[in-house]
Design a protein around this ligand. Structure first.
Ligand SMILES: Nc1nc2c(ncn2[C@@H]2O[C@H](COP(=O)(O)OP(=O)(O)O)[C@@H](O)[C@H]2O)c(=O)[nH]1
Ligand SMILES: [Mg+2]
Ligand SMILES: [Zn+2]
Length: 341
């Protein structure tokens, strides 16, 4: 009997596979050819397993092509990052939020913006934040784990996908996950200390199966490349609401700063792009300024579709020390061979 499913846990060569058909995770030993496979097996991999009729354990027969691979946490095929920011205690840090969103966009993951601790916010404050990120093109949700506000909406955003949570320590990520999926044994306020034990501690990552379908990595903070290594010309495309305007600028190498006839600045003036988002864009642009600017480069050449999921990059971002690491995207052709840039 054959089944397909997703690897939710790996311990000492044993994989736990959640079959697409549902039910409990099946304990599987990997076949020799799978064990010797380059790239091995990772949590998040889609796999084919076989089981004796009536038998409990299975055999991992084949790993299906992997679309992405996040190094920390080590999870394959992540679909989206849920970027969590509290509206109070601690105060929202929009600079960090936008930084995370830039990094997520640049990693070709989808992003959901989740403001939380709504029960602690001044009236209207949470709604205002959600509104500004909705207008920037994000699915933005106002939640409170304590008041169970927005939890159904968050569950709907998680359904059927593999997600990682990102955001500063203390934002309320664990509390949200507990609200979405009670009883998955992730203590609030506990995880950061466990990760902080030492640099060489690699904690086992698990995917928590959700009742609504889909899985969530049980670790906060994920790493992507450093914002400073993003080319200035690519930065605006990591701001969703700017994308539609960049083609309208007078100069092909426009970075939407001091250039004349800039469609992005025009959109800011007309209120189509939020002033705060644009100001933070300029701050990030400044931090990429030490990199050689590619002014005059033929527009489009650096934006070909082939950059998607191809190539590896180093990664780190400041502001959340848990999240330093490497992110590598691997694409495979139909024959299963890796495509690298
Ligand atoms: N009032 C309130 N407190 C919250 C809420 N969510 C989390 N907290 C508290 O904020 C602190 C940090 O939460 P935690 O989930 O551990 O944050 P994490 O570090 O992002 O995982 C804990 O003391 C939580 O009890 C919320 O919705 N409302
Ligand atoms: Mg936590
Ligand atoms: Zn421009």
């Amino acid at each position: 009997m054959y089944d397909t499913g997703i690897v939710v846990r790996l311990t000492g060569g044993i994989c736990w596979v959640l079959a697409d058909a549902g039910g409990e995770a099946v304990r599987c030993a990997a076949r020799g050819n799978v064990r010797k496979r380059a790239g091995g097996v990772a949590v998040g991999d889609r796999v084919r397993i076989s089981r004796e009729p009536g038998g409990e354990d299975g055999v991992l027969e084949e790993v299906l092509p992997r679309l992405t691979y996040l190094i920390r946490p080590q999870v394959a095929n992540v679909d989206q990052a849920i970027v969590v920011m509290s509206v109070a205690r601690p105060e929202p840090n929009l600079h960090l939020l936008d930084r995370l969103l830039v990094l997520v966009e640049h990693s070709h993951l989808d992003a959901v913006v989740c403001f939380t601790k709504a029960d602690l916010a001044c009236p209207g404050e949470g709604e205002r934040l959600v509104d500004s990120y909705s207008r920037a093109g994000y699915r933005a949700i106002l939640t409170s784990a304590r008041a169970r506000q927005g939890i159904r909406e968050l569950s709907a955003a998680l359904a059927g996908k593999t997600s990682v949570f990102a955001g500063p320590s203390g934002a309320g990520k664990s509390a949200l996950l507990n609200a979405v999926q009670p009883g998955h044994n992730l203590a609030e306020g506990e995880l950061s200390t466990r990760i902080g034990r030492g640099r060489h501690t690699t904690r086992e990552v698990r995917l928590i199966p959700l009742d609504v379908g889909g899985t969530v990595a049980d670790t906060p903070g994920f790493s992507v490349l450093d914002i400073e290594s993003i080319k200035p010309r690519d930065l605006a495309t990591a701001f969703r609401e700017m994308r539609e305007y960049v083609e309208g600028c007078r100069f092909a190498g426009c970075v939407h700063d001091a250039e004349p006839e800039c469609a992005v600045k025009q959109a800011v003036e007309e209120g189509k792009i939020g002033q705060g988002r644009y100001e933070r864009y300029l701050m990030f642009l400044e931090s990429t300024a030490s990199m050689p600017r590619e002014r005059g480069c033929w527009r489009g050449s650096a934006q070909s579709g082939s950059v998607h999921f191809v190539g590896g990059f180093r990664a780190a971002f400041r502001g959340d020390r848990q999240s330093v690491g490497i992110c590598r995207h691997v694409a495979r052709g139909r024959n299963g061979r890796k495509i690298r840039s």
